[in-house]
Design a protein around this ligand. Structure first.
Ligand SMILES: C[S@@+](CC[C@H](N)C(=O)[O-])C[C@H]1O[C@@H](n2cnc3c(N)ncnc32)[C@H](O)[C@@H]1O
Length: 262
């Protein structure tokens, strides 16, 4: 088993985490605006015009987002939010386009505002490496926690001997994965939270999530996965755990797969 010094019990609380995330995002935007207005007041010539002010607000909001320790994917959102809003206004697009855009974003990034990990796609190299590990393990039952659009789960389910469960909470990625797996009877695509998944059923579990959830996921893995089964985390190690092996891939992101034997 893995050395796990000084780890305190934690519990998943999406509601509180979500409120904190939302509060931090709004606070970063408001503080960025305050910073931009102070700069404009101190140096009216330099910050003349809405574009400069918007860029200063974006930079300020990004800075505050870092200070408030928001996950890194919030940084470009804060940087571009107001400048993009102004750019869109100048284009004078029909108002229904905004509604469609918001709906699409909500369907893809469903729980992100509540603290869920947003959608990033694994490369083909990751899918190939995971398939090779599953084959080497002679695994019968596999889970992808947060399957996205099925970049790993769908190719793996082409192997009829492996039962693949893809867990995905966001509606649009779930729909894409379900469509990709529609003719694969060994694939089951569940629109459900990975936190509700009973990991005891699986020989190999794969996750590509975020550093923010790895400690909590590690606790779930340790609590539920059977002895001898394998947990693979793409890109993000479980804090304080010693992997059995680390697979270094030569894809564009030089992805590492951290493999933990239970
Ligand atoms: C970084 S993406 C990885 C997608 C896919 N596994 C891959 O490797 O390409 C993380 C995915 O996890 C999903 N996700 C985040 N939190 C989740 C949760 N609590 N339950 C189910 N899915 C979740 C997101 O919607 C997103 O699609």
């Amino acid at each position: 088993m893995f050395p796990q010094p000084n780890r305190l019990p934690r519990s998943h609380n999406a509601g509180t985490a979500g409120l904190t995330t939302l509060f931090k995002a709004l606070a970063a935007q408001a503080l960025g605006l305050a910073l931009a207005l102070i700069l404009a007041w101190m140096s009216p010539a330099l910050f003349h015009g809405s574009w400069r002010l918007a860029l200063a607000q974006g930079a300020g909001a990004t800075l505050w987002s870092g200070v408030l320790r928001q996950p890194y994917w919030w940084l470009p959102i804060h940087l571009l939010f107001l400048p993009m809003a102004i750019a869109m206004l100048t284009l004078q697009l029909p108002s229904w386009l905004y509604l469609v855009a918001v709906l699409l974003l909500a369907l893809v990034f469903w729980g992100t505002v509540k603290g869920d990990v947003p959608l990033f796609l694994s490369s083909n190299a990751v899918a190939d490496a995971v398939a090779a590990i599953v084959e080497r393990e002679h695994a019968n039952v596999f889970a992808d926690l947060g399957a996205g659009v099925g970049s790993v789960a769908a190719p793996l389910a082409q192997q009829p001997a492996v039962k693949v469960d893809a867990w995905e909470r966001a509606p649009l990625p779930w729909l894409v994965t379900a469509w990709r797996c529609r003719k694969l009877p060994n694939a089951s695509v569940k629109r459900a939270s990975l936190w509700d998944c009973d990991l005891a059923r699986y020989d190999v579990v794969f996750a590509f999530l975020s550093p923010a959830v790895m400690a909590e996921l590690g606790e779930k893995v340790e609590r539920e996965m059977r002895s001898g089964s394998l947990f693979i985390s793409s890109s993000f190690p479980v804090p304080d755990w010693q992997p059995e092996s680390v697979v270094q891939l030569e894809d564009r992101g030089r992805t590492q797969l951290f493999c933990y034997r239970l």
